[in-house]
Design a protein around this ligand. Structure first.
Ligand SMILES: [Zn+2]
Length: 90
């Protein structure tokens, strides 16, 4: 297991086959095959869930991505199933 730069959960900690994301602001929903998504990431630390969601918002072209902390940034978040597993763990 590679060394971790962050203490948050990583994609490889989850056991669900698919990771869903949804944005309440722009209405975007996506579902990713977890293993394929892991394979696409070029750095292990990109798997860190709080960082990954920002990368996903950018990759999916959310209009609000990058609006900044004091603007109206993208509301993309993991769906309830993913959030639940994030909080309780495998
Ligand atoms: Zn959005």
């Amino acid at each position: 297991m590679p060394e971790r730069a962050y203490s948050s959960r990583y994609l490889c900690d989850l056991t669900i086959p698919r990771v869903g994301v949804e944005c309440a602001k722009c209405g975007m929903t996506r579902s990713y095959d977890r293993l394929k998504l892991m394979a696409r990431l070029t750095s292990f630390d990109h798997q860190c869930l709080p960082h990954l969601i920002k990368r996903l918002a950018a990759a999916e072209g959310c209009q609000r991505h990058g609006a900044g902390q004091y603007g109206d940034p993208c509301g993309l978040q993991y769906d309830s199933q993913t959030r639940q597993q994030w909080s309780v763990g495998p």
